[in-house]
Design a protein around this ligand. Structure first.
Ligand code: FES
Length: 495
């Protein structure tokens, strides 16, 4: 049996454990807004003893000095034997004491909701605001899909007179989803007294019943970019509770992009890029003190929508594919029988088909339909074209940001979004989704927009940080770039 000496708030106690064991399972009092993926930085501790070496995520999140000082991310550390850990004052400089460090103040007092209003999927999580722990989470399809799969078609539908209905249906869906996650956490409406909601600019306009005409036509003027508290009358929460919506960056880059950037640390010094890949691809780059962003109309292919056998990443969706001994093998979400293919599954499959020669570099498929192993799931030429367009839009957006910055050498590329969470970087590179210079620093970080929303919920000082980040980001309008169409065509190739 090994020993962990825990120092917390001036109290010292001993915890026995069998090594090796993840530190986060021993220290279960720490908040984990990013779900332990190593990119929110909220589980920092100072630790010494027999522990694993820093991971790539820690080397991105923490400075060399911090690592030298023993500061680590608890979610990334494995205990290999006896160790001593200090919790609470670890995010502070080495000489600080716990009394120097202001405690983080959440937006409410009891429980809070963090909500990600996506074009295809809506997600909600409940947090205990005293401990910072996530109690439950859930997701559902965005019912506005019946008015169009992408943002533009829904905005057009609203302009043609369906605005009230678009607002009404998403309000109902958010109410139902939040009621469901709160019920799982055994909470009543009176228990929840704070909420943070993120979404792209158009989704927020449609939620609040605002006229989206200005954000959909040149010069793309916004009547509001949010960044304030609003009545939470569409959520099952305590009466009088307000929902905080972080500031959007522009008509094309929403509060979700700002939240993802916050979660991935773009408000701190260091050159980083984050690509939040959903129906609307939003990409941000920090280079020195400059913050640049662009939005690319990827369409819903990455989320498995609009493809013959496409599926969101739900139970039964094929999420990874590889070649083994000349056979195509696959894995589904939760290991159930295959019912569809999600974005990461398609990316892997394309990479395999390129290897076997069944898919040409220009996207030509060797047959009208290619089946996945012995399943009834197949790929058509139309599917390949839809995926090529999405992939090209994202790659082109990344290239423009790199080209627009003075010193384009980001030390990390965080691929966010449900598509990104199961994405194999090897396959993403094989089909040319990522520019070659970013390949060694690319990693999948899951739903960073939701993580950013949770971070704001748990720390009210981040409402201002998110505002500053959004207001200082310059949007690059891709369609205005002189060689945009040429780049888009060139990037259709599956390398
Ligand atoms: S929980 Fe460890 S970095 Fe987010």
């Amino acid at each position: 049996m090994s020993k962990l000496i825990l120092n917390q708030n001036g109290v010292r106690r001993k915890i026995d454990f069998s090594s090796p064991t993840p530190l986060s399972t021993v220290l279960d009092m720490l908040p984990h807004p990013c779900g332990g993926k190593g990119f929110c930085g909220k589980c920092r501790v100072r630790i010494m003893g027999k522990i694993s070496a820093p991971t790539a995520a820690e080397r991105t999140m923490l400075s060399r000095e911090q690592l030298r000082d023993g500061v680590r991310l608890a979610c990334q550390v494995t205990l290999n034997g006896d160790a001593q850990v200090t919790v609470a004052d670890t995010a502070a400089p080495a000489k600080a004491t716990s009394s120097d460090v202001p405690r983080k103040k959440p937006l409410g007092e009891k429980y809070g909701l963090s909500i990600d209003l996506g074009t295809t999927t809506i997600c909600a999580a409940v947090f205990d605001l005293q401990t910072g722990k996530r109690c439950t989470e859930g997701s559902a399809a965005n019912p506005q899909a019946r008015y169009g799969a992408d943002v533009l078609s829904r905005v057009e539908s609203a302009i043609q007179g369906n605005g009230n209905e678009l607002s009404r249906c998403i309000r109902h869906a958010l109410f139902d989803l939040c009621a469901q996650v709160m019920m799982t956490a055994k909470l009543a409406p009176g228990d929840v007294d704070a909420a943070v909601l993120v979404g792209n600019t158009a989704m927020l306009y449609l939620l609040f019943g605002l006229d989206p005409t200005g954000i959909s036509t040149s010069p793309f003027q916004c009547d509001t970019l949010f960044g304030d508290f609003y009545p939470a009358d569409f959520l099952p929460v305590r009466r009088g509770t307000k929902v905080f919506v972080p500031r959007c960056i522009s008509a094309f880059l929403g509060a979700d992009a700002a939240a993802a950037a916050l979660a991935c640390g773009l408000h701190r010094p260091g050159d980083r890029m984050v690509a939040d890949l959903g129906t609307n691809g939003e990409i941000l780059l920090r280079s020195g003190n400059e913050l640049l962003g662009c939005s690319c109309a990827a369409g819903p292919a990455f989320e498995g929508v609009g493809l013959s056998c496409g599926s969101p990443a739900v139970d039964g969706a094929v999420r990874s594919v590889l070649l083994s001994g000349g056979r195509t093998v696959y894995e589904t979400v939760n290991g159930t029988s295959p019912t569809g293919i999600c974005g990461s599954g398609y990316t892997d499959w394309f990479a395999c088909l390129r290897k076997t020669g069944e898919l040409k570099k220009d996207g030509t498929l060797c047959a009208d339909r290619v089946y996945l192993g012995d399943t009834p799931l197949y790929l058509s030429q139309k599917d390949v074209r839809a995926f090529q367009l999405a992939k090209s839009a994202v790659r082109t957006g990344m290239e423009y940001l790199l080209r627009s910055s003075l010193d384009a050498a980001p030390g990390s590329l965080d691929i966010a979004g449900s598509f990104g969470s199961a994405l194999s970087m090897r396959s993403a590179v094989a089909i040319g989704l990522i520019p070659p210079q970013l390949t060694p620093v690319a990693r999948a970080v899951g739903n960073a927009a939701a993580t950013g929303a949770a971070m704001v919920l748990l720390d009210d000082s981040l409402t201002q940080t998110a505002y500053d980040l959004a207001s200082s980001t310059k949007t690059i309008p891709l369609a205005d770039q002189p060689d945009f169409s040429d780049r888009l065509c060139d990037n259709l190739t599956l390398e």
